[in-house]
Design a protein around this ligand. Structure first.
Ligand SMILES: Nc1ncnc2c1ncn2[C@@H]1O[C@H](COP(=O)(O)OP(=O)(O)OP(=O)(O)O)[C@@H](O)[C@H]1O
Ligand SMILES: [Mg+2]
Length: 165
């Protein structure tokens, strides 16, 4: 299918977290969320909101140094938060520790920072969120959300409807 894109603009870290929390209500288990953008673009900030929206208790830290963090929601759902930044040959290394199985896990929501580095391993139907810094305001981010399959299109439609409400 032709990917569908929608752009969201946030004006603070808290607003980026709020958008993540709204996405939590829009996704189903099995959803893969590919996060793309430079250092400090807001990927971890977004996942903090996603986790909060899923009801995850406790701190959501950047997984840069541990590669993957697993969180549990009160209903027993897992949020897998992955960061591929420190992988050398990212796709090969991620494949080596079973990334295909992780992104194929229908019982987890999987959020991956620096996801473009493992692009060949991502499922066809995933939500890609690319973060852009505004040139004129350090607190503004533009988030380009791209849906590439039926599940992610549905999630994006729900996100857009709830965000504009
Ligand atoms: N609108 C905004 N949304 C998100 N973060 C913002 C915003 N405005 C300012 N910031 C700041 O930008 C930084 C984003 O950091 P964050 O760790 O989320 O980025 P990241 O994309 O995960 O980076 P890395 O690639 O290093 O993991 C934070 O310091 C945050 O306070
Ligand atoms: Mg990060």
């Amino acid at each position: 299918m032709v990917p569908v894109t929608q752009t969201f603009r946030t004006h603070s870290p808290a607003e980026t977290q709020a958008l993540g929390a709204v996405l939590a209500q829009a996704v189903q288990p099995g959803q893969v969320i590919a996060l793309v953008g430079d250092l400090g673009a807001g990927k971890t900030t977004f996942v903090q909101g996603l986790a909060a929206g899923l009801g995850v208790q406790g701190r959501v830290a950047s997984p840069t140094f541990m590669l993957a963090n697993e969180h549990r929601t009160p209903s027993g759902l897992r949020l897998l938060h992955i960061d591929t930044y420190r992988l050398g040959d990212a796709a090969a290394e991620a494949s080596g520790f079973g990334m295909e199985e992780i992104v194929d896990d229908a019982t987890a929501i999987v959020a991956i920072e620096w996801a473009d580095r493992i692009a060949p391993l991502l499922p066809a139907d995933h939500l890609r969120i690319e973060f852009f810094l505004a040139p004129d305001d350090e607190d503004v981010r533009e988030l380009q959300v791209c849906a590439s399959g039926p599940c992610s299109v549905l999630a994006m439609e729900k996100l857009a409807a709830a965000w504009s409400a």
